[in-house]
Design a protein around this ligand. Structure first.
Ligand SMILES: NC(=O)c1ccc[n+]([C@@H]2O[C@H](COP(=O)([O-])OP(=O)(O)OC[C@H]3O[C@@H](n4cnc5c(N)ncnc54)[C@H](O)[C@@H]3O)[C@@H](O)[C@H]2O)c1
Length: 250
């Protein structure tokens, strides 16, 4: 059997690292991509069957070179997990254009650029793309003008990719995680926010990196061979509770 080669962006820590470990446990080779060279180096040093590439996913030339290095090393690409992301919460009036662009550059431009760059290889392998959005892309909230909008756009971009690339046998799906205690989330979640999430989530807790990785790896695999253009919320039920008023609880 051919060994699958999967690119995971934002692989140095958090959900990307958990996804890398799960893919490796299933026998894949993983190209770990991150712009934090130091953290990427120490994460990759502990793993076998990985190629670590320092790359800012928002930079077209770096993305092109990352894909070229991958193809040189492995001669194929079977999947792309667009996981690299940044969070920046603040009121609309205090969201400067620089802050807006910083979020859009990684969360949206990065998904567009990496996906576009691997299309020729995915056509050959009949591979798949999994984009990581967020519950913030499904439900609007205060303070998330940039982050929530970037993630809503990722959900739509996934559908565009599925619509256009299906005829080449390429699938594109999206995972919308609920809160997970990673560095990204803990930088913007106060204790108040943590308590409120526990209260608003039917399973009454945060998810783990591993639980999000399971959803990602499923959608990337041939077990999801007839699934494309979908958004899977791995969120403890948060998105399904539309009204969810505390006073309506039993
Ligand atoms: N943790 C959560 O609660 C949560 C919830 C919903 C969605 N998400 C999404 O999951 C994804 C992973 O987040 P996480 O929580 O594991 O965060 P994290 O901060 O632990 O990991 C993100 C990784 O992406 C890398 N990265 C950021 N910008 C990059 C760029 N331009 N180029 C290359 N690498 C870059 C970082 O260096 C980091 O290693 C993100 O897209 C995030 O928006 C997270």
């Amino acid at each position: 059997m051919t060994t699958r080669v999967i690119i995971v962006t934002g692989a140095a820590r958090g959900i990307g690292l958990a996804t890398t470990r799960l893919l490796l446990s299933e026998g894949a080779c993983v190209v770990m991509v991150d712009y934090d060279a130091e953290e990427l180096g120490s994460a990759a040093a502990e793993l076998d069957n990985v190629l670590a590439i320092t790359c800012d996913v928002s930079d077209p030339q770096q993305v092109e070179s990352m894909v070229a290095q991958t193809e040189k090393q492995y001669k194929r690409i079977d999947g792309l997990i667009n996981n690299a992301g940044v969070a920046d919460f603040g009121p609309i009036e205090q969201t400067s254009f620089d802050r807006w662009r910083r979020v859009m550059a990684t969360n949206l431009d990065g998904v567009f650029l990496c996906s576009q760059a691997v299309i020729p290889a995915l056509k050959e392998s009949q591979g798949s793309i999994v984009n990581i959005a967020s519950i913030s892309g499904l439900r609007a909230s205060t303070l998330r003008t940039a982050y929530g909008t970037s993630k809503a756009a990722v959900i739509h971009l996934t559908k565009q990719q599925a619509a256009e690339l299906g005829e080449f046998g390429i699938r594109a799906n999206c995972v919308a995680p609920g809160p997970v205690r990673t560095k990204l989330a803990m930088a913007v979640h106060s204790q108040d926010i943590i308590d409120a999430y526990h209260d608003a989530i039917p399973l009454n807790r945060y998810g783990t990196e591993q639980e999000i990785a399971e959803a990602i790896v499923f959608l990337c695999s041939s077990k999801a061979s007839f699934i494309t253009g979908q958004v899977l919320a791995a969120d403890g039920g948060f998105d399904s509770t539309g009204v969810g008023l505390p006073s309506l609880r039993v």
